[in-house]
Design a protein around this ligand. Sequence first.
Ligand code: PMP
Ligand code: GLN
Length: 387
Amino acid sequence: MDTRISSKLPNVGTTIFTVMSHLATETGAINLSQGFPGFEPPGALTDRINWHLHNGANQYAPMPGIPALRHAIAEKTQRLQGRELNVDTEITVCTGATEGLFSAITAIVHRGDEVIILDPAYDSYEPAIELAGGITRRVPLLIDQNGSDFHPDWQRLGDVINDKTRLVILNFPHNPTGAILSADDLEKLAELVRDTNCYLLSDEVYEHIVFDGEPHHSLANHDELWERSMVICSFGKTFHATGWKLGYCAAPAHLTEEFRKVHQFTTFSVSTPMQHGVADFLISNPEFYEDLPTFYQQKRDHFCELLAPSRFKFRPARSTFFQILDYGDISDEKDESLAKRWTREIGVASIPLTVFCETPFTATRLRFCFAKDDATLEKAAEILCEL
Ligand code: PMP
Ligand code: GLN
């Protein structure tokens, strides 16, 4: 037998998050690369999970998620986005956003369909599109004149949409740039897709981390867009628990039906005690996610103040727990090579941006995760200010 397998993903290597975190561990560098908080989930939440672990919640959960969690998600969506979700037909709990995105793409994309993603694009979208036989079309975000603010390029998106476009994948609040959508952006998007057959997949895992008093405009918030949207969220970001891999897909019934056909054979159902614990906590402690913008804005502001004397150019992030720094005045080395060298030589790990792009239009920029305790941020900033 020929043991060389014919790869279904010949151009895919190991994800940059694994590569950089591994290098940080190996070299003992401060790890501001892969995005995960340096603090624990709230004790009241882990107490509830613990309670359920010891009180019988240890067998398969229902395929779409336990009713209590779906109710808690519906209550939150109603309060924050004004959308009344049907608990039975419009919410599916999934194994983190990654599974939600994969199941949604698999459910919607047929061989030969075109799927538009916006560069820099989170790295799980394209392989899922490829496995479904779809063709990825990448539209870069627009960078403003001083080079530090990013926006969707609606005109270019409109130019790329054609009869074969089946899906547009959006990710706002945006990882890695922190770009957010305005109400006007949703109107522009509605105009673009109105007379098309394309669906929208909205990755909103940073829905609760938006700064400077700005609201998060979910696609669930817009009546016309909602009819063609699947919205993916993750409790990993919201509860400082990225290792739990717990998320959900909210979508109108006709889309949820197709989503569940894939979800039930991708994973079937999600960890039962986790679902119960999160359901209890969502209902009893909404202030936890309501206070998240303030919590992370303080982190962002602290990190940015520490970096003010540095030679990096930047605009404080509008959302997420990532800060982009432009190192153009320090070096002209390629970002991936520099991120690796700095991890080894100065002991701070980051994520290069061009790996998320078709063309290197984001050159000389690195992403730093500021979801860390102040001492870690201070140590990292001290090193970065010496460059
Ligand atoms: N989408 C984006 C934009 C993300 O940043 C992440 C993870 N950080 C995910 C999806 C995956 O989320 P999860 O860990 O819940 O699978
Ligand atoms: N989404 C996380 C980030 O942006 C990484 C998740 C992962 O490692 N797959 O850093």
